[in-house]
Design a protein around this ligand. Structure first.
Ligand SMILES: Cc1cc2nc3c(=O)[nH]c(=O)nc-3n(C[C@H](O)[C@H](O)[C@H](O)COP(=O)(O)OP(=O)(O)OC[C@H]3O[C@@H](n4cnc5c(N)ncnc54)[C@H](O)[C@@H]3O)c2cc1C
Length: 379
């Protein structure tokens, strides 16, 4: 039986970052994942994600963004490949938008100048937009296109022969964790479960706290390509009312403008990666672009589906849900990670460090708002 100090099950962005942190620290670690980098499965797949310094979801995340940013810059310097492409972030919404107000407050809290601007100025500066005059608008620096396909490949190639490209099952033992693949058996002193949407299946006690939803993504042929080119056009997030947020990217790949509704789709299972996004699912995005970003509007030229895994609202240390779980699993040598909602990717280097420390430093705890004890069933 092969042995290691730490096994990492799941090598999406979170497990991949954890494995990298462990190997860099000289830990005898192995990673397991049947899905190769570049596949269209797993919540980390695809070419890009948004990196934001100022997070409307929670001001706690500014420090985490800064920590992750340093990690991304280091990966970029060491690999010589483009990991982040700095791009302003335009966030806009109906008057009084809580999203815009929270993003603005997060920037001001760090001593940054007020990022607020009028819709008229934003429309002039970025002529692809047609934002209504009375909308609240902020344009934030500290944003970037995170090139996740590049990152996934780099993480796998850095870990090289420490990756077992197979599905793994696990059995907790008093002294460690038995791990089994189709071809081999392993023993790890500790195991990190970074299974994205599959986490609830691996730990059924978590199933009621994890909500896996289907998210449709489209690429639109821009009506005015010059207005949406990289360098001329920001990443955008538009709050159109309750549960109606649309986001998108500059056309940095010459594949069209990637745009999607945030957090909208039906509850599905972790293996439900089909069918491809339908015209009906993408129609509201096309309509939002036509009304608010006419320079980016046009026919659908490509489509994708991805899965969010959102946590339920906590009942002890109150939160509104959609936060992360980064903690030790009770009475075991397991560490669990659920950072698979719609904004986890950008934090992967910082989350990977936390997972590695949870596995190797008994005195370490992640921040209270990541801990399982915020839920009464784990308190
Ligand atoms: C449409 C969409 C848009 C998003 N946009 C953004 C954004 O703009 N900015 C941002 O920061 N975040 C964004 N996110 C969120 C971000 O992508 C996720 O938070 C992140 O990818 C989650 O990574 P993960 O490693 O937790 O999960 P995953 O990438 O799903 O990794 C889990 C891995 O576990 C593996 N696995 C499953 N079972 C086993 C097993 N038994 N043995 C071994 N391996 C197993 C799977 O193959 C998979 O590779 C978005 C997500 C989606 C879906």
């Amino acid at each position: 039986m092969r042995k290691c100090e730490v096994a990492v099950l799941g090598l999406g962005l979170m497990g991949g970052a954890a494995l990298g942190a462990l190997l860099e620290a000289g830990v005898d670690a192995l990673g397991f994942d049947p899905v190769a980098a570049g596949s269209d499965r797993g919540s980390s797949h695809g070419s890009c994600r948004i990196f934001r310094r100022f997070n409307f979801e929670n001001p706690n995340y500014t420090g985490l963004s800064d920590e992750a940013h340093a990690g991304w810059i280091r990966l970029q310097a060491e690999s010589g490949q483009t990991v982040l492409t700095e791009t302003p972030i335009l966030e806009a919404g109906r008057p009084g938008s809580a999203m815009v107000a929270s993003s603005r407050a997060a920037a001001i809290a760090t001593g940054r100048p007020d990022p607020m601007m009028t819709a008229a100025v934003a429309n002039k500066e970025f002529p692809a937009f047609n934002l209504p005059d009375d909308w609240d608008v902020v344009v934030q620096d500290g944003g970037a296109i995170l090139h996740t396909a590049t990152v996934m490949k780099l993480m796998r190639s850095c870990a090289a022969n420490r990756v077992i490209p197979e599905r793994a099952s696990f059995t907790p033992r008093h002294d460690g964790v038995s791990i089994r693949t189709a071809s081999e058996e392993f023993f790890a002193e500790r195991a990190i479960l970074a299974l994205g949407p599959w986490l609830g299946r691996a730990l059924p006690q978590l199933t009621p706290l994890l909500n896996v939803t289907r998210q449709a993504v489209g690429w639109f042929k821009p009506a005015r390509p010059e207005t949406v080119a990289l360098g001329r056009f920001p990443i955008f997030i538009l709050d159109r009312g309750p549960d109606n947020i649309v986001y998108g990217f500059p056309d940095f790949e010459r594949r069209g403008v990637k745009a999607a509704p945030h957090n909208h789709g039906p509850v599905v299972g972790p293996d439900d990666w089909g069918p491809p996004a339908t015209d009906a699912e993408l129609r509201p995005i096309g309509e939002a672009l036509a009304a608010l970003v006419p320079g980016a509007a046009g026919p659908i030229v490509d489509r994708d589906v991805c899965l969010y895994t959102n946590t339920a609202p906590a009942d002890i240390r109150l939160d509104a849900g959609d936060e992360f779980i980064i903690d030790r699993w009770p009475e075991s040598r397991l560490i669990v990670c659920s950072a698979c909602s719609g904004h986890g990717a950008k934090f992967a280097p910082a989350i990977g460090q936390r997972l590695a420390r949870l596995a190797t430093d008994p005195s370490y705890q992640a921040e209270p708002f990541f801990q399982l004890s915020r839920y009464s069933q784990f308190a």
